[in-house]
Design a protein. Sequence first.
Lengths: 532, 312
Amino acid sequence: MRVRRLAAWAALPLAVTLGLTACGSGGGSGGASDPDAAVRIEIAEPQHLVPTNTNETSGSQVLSALFSPLVDYDEANKPHEVAAESVTSSDNKVWTIKLKPGYTFHNGEQVTADNYLDAWNYGAYAPNGQNSSYFFEKIAGYQDLQGEKPKAETLSGLTKVDDLTFTVTLTEPYVDFKTMLGYTAFYPLPKAAFSAPGVLAEGYEQAPIGQGPFKMKGSWQHDAKVEVERYDAFPGQQPKVGGVEFRIYQQPTAAYADVLSDNLDVIKTIPTENLSTAATDLGDRFQQSPASSLQVLAFPTFQKEFSKPEVRKAISMAIDRDEITKSIFKDSQQPARSFVSPVVAGYRENTIGTAGAFDPAKAKAMYEAAGGPKKIELSYNGDGGHKDWIDATCNQLKANLGVECVGNAEPKFADLLTKLKQKQSVGLFRMGWVMDYPSMENYLGPLYSTNGSSNYYGYSNPEFDKLLAEGARAASADEAVKKYQAAEDLLAQDLPVIPLRYGQNNFGHSTKVKNVHVDLFDRVDLLKIERA
Amino acid sequence: MFRFILRRLLQMVLAFFGTTLIVYALMFAGQGDPIQALAGERPVTAAQRAYLTEKYHLDATGVGGFFYRYLNYLGGLLRGDLGQSLTGRQIGDILAAAWPVTVKLALIALAVTVLFGVTAGVLAAIRRSGVFDHATLVLTLLVLGIPTIVLAPLAQYFLGVRWPIFPPTAGAQPSFRALLLPGIVLGSLSLATALRLTRTSVTENLRADYVRTARSKGLVRRRIVGVHVLRNSLIPVVTFLGVELGNLMSGAIITEGVFNIPGVGFNLFRGIRTEDGPLVVGIVSVLVVVYLLSNLVVDVLYAVLDPRIRYE
């Protein structure tokens, strides 16, 4: 009797909890057979949902539903017009962009040239602090919008011709400008997005209005989901699903468990720990597609012990890339022997030549002859799952070069960069690169030019800088590629970094969807996906 | 009693501001480059860096800079403004979204602990050295030996994916059923401790003089155990549960991650990872209040359980 009363007393908090949760339980997902029902796609919490402020994959995945780009990329990753009727230039300096008629924003506004001009001016204006503002730096007048008190509020290089036409004048001719236009930063913004000219309306980001195939359903529910539904007045290719629920996950392992039990339709990146079982878990619903990422080991070339190219080449030859991609990455990445990814035009296989061939005996002789350091440190960020391959690489260097080698984990990549900027000794360090738009220049300029935004290794080669500049000014894409390839050959001689692996999208989907494609930007193609 | 509670509440205010100072100082001292931490591996442009530095006063360094930023924060706090996280979201909004789900989760875990831990502890003590006692000993040792980081994914795989008894993840607005599995996983560790504590305490009291007296008076065994022994045995258990409630809320980082529950633990983890000082200070300060309050409740419960305890 007494024990029972105790149990009743103990059950009280449980009952309270039941009452609390009862109001929280939501409705279930839609019926499986309905082709118009929403599909559920995994993302992480986006940092921002304003086109010029979004530069990570989760945000750009959501924006790809809400907006339609000026150009998109075909199978060969060449740009073709989507929302633009034509993008033309006779000298690669003044570009004329004609818009297709009939596009409307989700609030009914007609899309005009002004919408593009407003959005780009907003993005380039430094006091707005937009993450992707550097995409506009090639446009004339960009410098006048920089600094704390900019001289101008609008880019002088943007001129409206008529409602559906505008011209873009660049400071220098740039052959790949059309390719750039496929990036998230170049979407238009409706008048409704601004509370005053140049001032973004508060709350726009919570429910962005775009001109794309889907419109917002409700607003952005932070840490939970973003829901979109089909926009019927969209004049372009209509999607095959009624809507998309972008469900926010903190950990990919949780999303993977949900895909296994059909609680989620698409996981864009299967976590490494599940890769070995993914093929048996999902069967042909586990898929791979090329991605643009490139993983490298970089040398602090400003340090004396790594200043000799022979030392760098010997270290490269002592690493067995194939073995590491196979045993550590289970073929979820591919061995790399070039400085640009296979996904861009102008890629050539094995540009680093003999430096990419695994040859321990030759490597050791070369290393000793060049007087390489007795002790090597490999620095990496401890939060990115890099420990395994760094340790494996270290073991190979130990065995093949007869040196001491230790892996050095910095808590975050930011900590590693802080040390590099202060020119502290970190030894070799890992770096990854994901392209902004499919062009060789995007793999070379930021990483290896003397003033490149991500040149952390102190590499500087005037000849290389000159070739890149010539490539950008080239008359045609083919000529540009030739210059870029010549520049890449210089890198192969100097080897400021060792290319190690190309990334791949390793994605999976539930039994409820089909035709799942993940593009080079790690985005699910929302126009192709269908309900099964 | 009333004066005791009032005094404790006043102490709480002091403790609250003391904690914000300490946590703010720790975050300040440990700060590397929050702008780059937010961007991950992407390069940060000079314009973006200048913008965020000015917005969050990141250039205020050294002792002077610390007090400038702390007083700034405190000023906002007194106006009820917890500030903005580095992504521009209001921290007040983040906390408002995160707390309800974490509280639900912690209450389920606590209910599991009390319901199974205390009951099984009493049973094990009554039938000391019996089969049940030995079985629970082995089981609790096993549970105590498995860290949550292993237990949570295992439970998710077997009870969520392999045999779909529970949904594998809970999400932001979870149903009670979806929270049950993470609740059990979260509560299992404190369940084991509560069970061991109850068992030891009850065993000890069963041998006490007053129990012998009660028995010789001819009282029914049920009444002896249910009223006299249990009441006297619960003091260590209640102490433990009081502290545990705070632990369950702050310590759910792994469980919330595995079951995709965007609660306090997750936001704390994210705040630390992105060096988001104001976010971490906001969460920790509220956690301190939870700890202080639950300890106050424990102290009041002492007096309820043992009439000899009086507060002046």
